[in-house]
Design a protein around this ligand. Structure first.
Ligand code: BDR
Ligand code: CA
Length: 310
């Protein structure tokens, strides 16, 4: 199985990504590291455990990480995800423990201990934990197999400012360091995730599973689609973060280009923008596989089939 660490700020779409990973035998989740993002750290660390328990996997190791971005105050997204970050279903408080170690310590220790090139990092929130680990232990950078992350946008424009996508905007300094680190990097930007919409029919398929997981996922997407439907008249909630896990399982569902992507960290107008050289107009190094397209029906079939196994 491919060994992954999920770095996350749940978040309903993070929650669905975690469920998809835990439902997939091709993946081994070595740990889940929580970061502040959609809601503050105490809530993301709690929500991650709620989801492991929902999946029937209380033995999964969950670590709490950084409480605030490297250089800025935290910006959260309760306007999308609700006060708890996981509004929608009523789920029990977690009984499983939070691990004692800090998420950054876990990242460093695990990457040092496991064979070089064997671990894939899957960031689904701001990149604070990853950048902090890289700063503190630069020797681990070359040991990472690949980073497959949800973040950024190009043709689609931003969702927290006109220029920036939320995860990158919240900690642009962290993102700039991670994108410059030289690790093979795959990005699932809004250009992809805004095509992964939970239509009424797709949500009925989740509910139709007739399981606690199916019902909880249906209620989560019903909650956070209110934002996108009311604000943009879109067809349903975009399932951003599960695209990362789906890419690991079936890369053929996605298409894009290997290009240069740089992160804006200075301009107040475009802070956190992923400046993507899609047309190859610079000589800057191609540091990211920027995915732009998704087979959305194929993605939802995969997701629903896997959730059915939980
Ligand atoms: C990203 O921001 C968060 O609100 C979602 O969980 C996703 O990771 C989308 O911009
Ligand atoms: Ca997220």
């Amino acid at each position: 199985a491919r060994r992954i660490i999920i770095d996350t700020d749940p978040g309903q779409d993070d929650a669905v990504a975690i469920l998809l990973a835990l439902a997939s035998p091709e993946l081994e989740v070595l740990g889940i590291t929580a970061v502040a993002g959609n809601v503050p750290l105490a809530l993301t660390a709690r929500n991650a455990r709620i989801i492991c328990e929902l999946a029937g996997r209380p033995e999964v190791k969950v670590f709490a990480g950084c409480e605030a971005p490297l250089a800025r105050p935290l910006v959260t997204a309760e306007h999308v995800h609700g006060k708890t970050g996981l509004d929608g279903p009523v789920l029990p408080d977690p009984a499983m423990p939070l691990q004692d170690a800090h998420a950054v310590e876990f990242l460093i220790d695990t990457l040092r201990r496991e064979p070089e090139g064997s671990i894939t990092l899957c960031p689904l929130g701001p990149l604070t934990n990853i950048a902090t680990a890289f700063r503190r232990a630069p020797d681990i950078i070359a040991r990472v197999r690949e980073i497959v992350l949800m973040g950024g946008a190009c043709f689609e424009g931003g969702n927290i400012t006109p220029a920036a996508e939320f995860n990158i905007y919240v900690d642009p300094e962290a993102a700039a360091e991670v994108f410059a680190a030289g690790v093979p990097l795959v990005m699932l930007p809004l250009d992809v995730t805004h095509k992964a919409l939970v239509t009424a029919e797709r949500n009925a398929a989740f509910r139709g599973l007739g399981t606690p997981v199916g019902e909880a996922v249906a209620q989560m997407t019903e909650f956070f689609e209110r934002y996108d439907r009311e604000k943009y008249g879109s067809d349903g909630a975009p399932l951003h973060d599960p695209c990362v896990i789906a890419y690991l399982l079936q890369p053929g569902l996605f298409a894009g280009r290997q290009i240069n992507v740089e992160i804006e960290t200075a301009s107040p107008l475009t802070l956190g923008m992923t400046v993507a050289d899609w047309w190859g107009v610079t000589d800057r190094p191609r540091n990211a596989l920027f995915l732009r397209d998704i087979d959305a029906p194929g993605f939802f079939t995969l997701l629903t089939d896997r959730l059915a196994t939980l």
